[in-house]
Structure formats: C-alpha cells, structure tokens
Design a protein around this ligand. Structure first.
Ligand code: ZN
Length: 132
C-alpha cells in the first residue's frame, strides 16, 4: 500500500518568514511555492534528503489550515504517504475501519491526487495519501 513517506506537513503563519528561518537554521531552501485552491492554502516544499517538508500557509482564516493554526498554533500538521493506487488504498483504509476525510481523491500540489484520513482513527496523526 505505502511506498514511502512523501512529505511532512508543517502549518505556518508566514511561509516567507518560515522559509527564511529554515534556511538560516538548517541550510534547507524553499523549492518553489504553489497555491492549492481546493484547500485554500499556499504550499512550499523544502527538500531534506529523500523527504520533503511541506510548509502550509492558509490563504483564508476560514480554511482547514487556518482553523488548525488558530486552535493549535504553528507546527506539525500531517504526514503524507506515497501510494500507487489511491482509490484502491482509500477503499482498503475504509474497510480497515479508518475514518476518511476524503471519500474520493482531490487535486493536490504538483498535479497529484490526494486524500486525507481523519486523525481520530490513526492515533492522532492526520494522514495524507498521495498518488503522483
Ligand atoms: Zn501534504
């Protein structure tokens, strides 16, 4: 089902400031930004070896990441697993009793298909499945 960890999502208030801080502290550089209208979020990726950090800045306060920031503040938001067949893996997750946020995949960054699994069924971890 899972090929590898694709990225770790980090919620931030200000992507430009966060990218500057990560560059200064760790020497890792932002590799471009993209808006994901379906999630009302701007994303930017920092490559760290084979894994990426996905910085998430909400475009509106009334968005999933905006609500996360207002209730929990900045920090770890989700883990993304790369899969080959997202529709099949969503059905397997549902059959295994997991609660799906997305019953069908939607458009993610870089033309990917993504779907989220609710943290209440994964020990508090928000899981994103990504098919490239
Ligand atoms: Zn993500």
């Amino acid at each position: 089902m899972i090929k590898k960890i694709d990225h770790l999502g980090i919620a931030v208030n200000d992507m430009k400031q966060a990218a500057e801080d990560f560059a200064r502290a760790f020497g890792i550089v932002l590799g471009g930004e993209e808006e994901v209208p379906s999630q009302k979020v701007k994303v930017g990726f920092l490559q760290v070896g084979e894994v990426r950090l996905e910085l998430l800045q909400p475009l509106e306060a009334d968005s999933p990441v905006g609500k996360f920031l207002s209730s929990r503040g900045e920090g770890f938001h989700h883990i993304a697993f790369e899969v080959d067949d997202i529709e099949s893996d969503l059905r397997k997750a549902e059959s295994a009793g997991l609660t799906l946020v997305d019953k069908t995949p939607r458009s993610g960054a870089h033309g990917t298909k993504v779907a989220f699994i609710h943290p209440k069924s994964t020990h508090g971890l928000l899981v994103e499945l990504v098919q490239k």
